[in-house]
Design a protein around this ligand. Structure first.
Ligand code: GLP
Length: 259
């Protein structure tokens, strides 16, 4: 079972995950981080900034989950730009060691394979940060995605385009296709952190954690992974049937177990 940690605020969640990342990078300076975009991981990146001061991050490697297809990498809302602006620059990471899937049309046919090869060459992802979409997607794996899937091109559902329209001038400007790590790729990371905040994520979280394992709710793939930490605020936890047990288990967790 995933470990469910219910915290009062998103900032508390950010601090918890950031502490774990600092522990990892201190022990392994060339750790491989799985980076996510969207608003959910921002508290993690904010909490990391002061905590990484004095930690050598020059060898930290990173792989983003996904990218829009056909978007100019210089576009402020390309995930390459977002990762650069929100993660690489503020945390002082080496941009040459941080990769995003290549959404360029000219090379799109083999971009998935190339990305998989790069992750494999890095030795795999040590710690993967995940948000969850209202459709239950992780990365951009929309409902119906295979649990065995690897990095590939997907078509975004209308709901996801509507959710992401806030980053563009209009919903019509949100690209229709994306390239995303597959569920199989994500499941190969060594430790998954799934975060969610707010009422709007409560249904997706309940489905991912307690619902049937089904490709209709891609986030439920986490139930197949042996090391998952789900960090949610009270609102996102509000539809979890066993919330009291999760609170009890976390409060009484032996300290030596770590996260
Ligand atoms: C986006 C991203 C996902 C993200 C999700 C939720 O479309 N591709 O990686 O987890 O949707 O976004 P947010 O955190 O802004 O709610």
């Amino acid at each position: 079972m995933a470990e469910i940690v219910i915290v009062p605020t998103a900032a508390d969640a950010g601090a918890l995950v950031a502490d774990e990342i600092v522990r990892l990078v201190s022990a392994r300076p060339d750790a491989v981080l799985g980076l996510a975009t969207g608003s959910t991981p921002l508290p993690v990146y904010e909490a990391l900034r002061p905590r990484l001061a004095g930690v050598d991050v020059s060898r930290v490697r990173g792989f983003a989950l996904d990218e829009y297809v056909g978007i100019d990498p210089q576009h402020p809302e390309s995930y390459r730009s977002v990762i650069t602006r929100e993660v690489v620059e503020p945390l002082g990471l080496n941009p040459d060691l941080i990769q995003t899937p290549n959404g360029a049309l000219a090379t799109i046919e083999h971009a998935g394979e190339d990305y998989e090869a790069a992750i494999a060459a890095a030795g795999g992802v040590d710690l993967q940060i995940l948000g969850i979409g209202t459709s239950g997607h992780i990365g951009f794996n929309e409902p119906g995605s295979s649990f065995a899937s690897r990095t590939r091109v997907k078509t975004l559902i209308e709901q996801t385009r509507a959710d992401n329209a806030r980053f563009f001038d209009s919903v019509d400007d949100v690209p229709m296709h994306c390239i995303t790590q597959g569920l199989g790729t994500i499941l190969a990371a060594r430790h998954l952190f799934l975060l969610a905040f707010g009422e709007g994520k409560a249904r997706a979280i309940a489905g991912a954690v307690e619902g049937p394992v089904t490709s209709s709710l891609p986030g439920s793939a986490i139930q197949l992974h042996e090391h998952v930490t789900v960090v949610v605020d009270e609102a996102a936890a509000s539809q979890l049937r066993n919330a009291d047990y999760y609170r009890y288990a976390y409060a009484n967790k032996p300290a030596w177990q770590g996260l």
